[in-house]
Design a protein around this ligand. Structure first.
Ligand code: TRP
Length: 77
């Protein structure tokens, strides 16, 4: 039998449009907490997946986000 796929193969691309964009990974499971925060400066790109450890991604700051569902921009507060 085939091994169960634990990582979604899709990627999320985040491109910072301003300095200091935060990409925050939130844990999978019964408690939802931050487990990783990555700071991006303008023009920097992070390519990430949802994994067995990461169920949600929060983005703070102005960034372009590309997912298999479409493109969007987060706004600066
Ligand atoms: N160690 C984390 C994981 O495997 C790395 C990670 C994956 C991550 N996707 C992320 C961190 C999204 C922040 C945002 O889940």
């Amino acid at each position: 039998m085939e091994k169960k796929q634990t990582v979604n193969p899709d990627y999320v691309v985040i491109k910072a449009i301003e300095d200091g964009v935060n990409v925050i990974g939130l844990t999978r499971g019964t408690d939802t907490r931050f487990h990783h925060s990555e700071k991006l400066d303008q023009g920097e790109v992070m390519i990430a997946q949802f994994t067995e450890h990461t169920s949600a991604i929060k983005i703070r700051g102005h960034a372009k986000i590309m997912t298999p569902f479409g493109e969007m921009e987060s706004e600066k507060k």
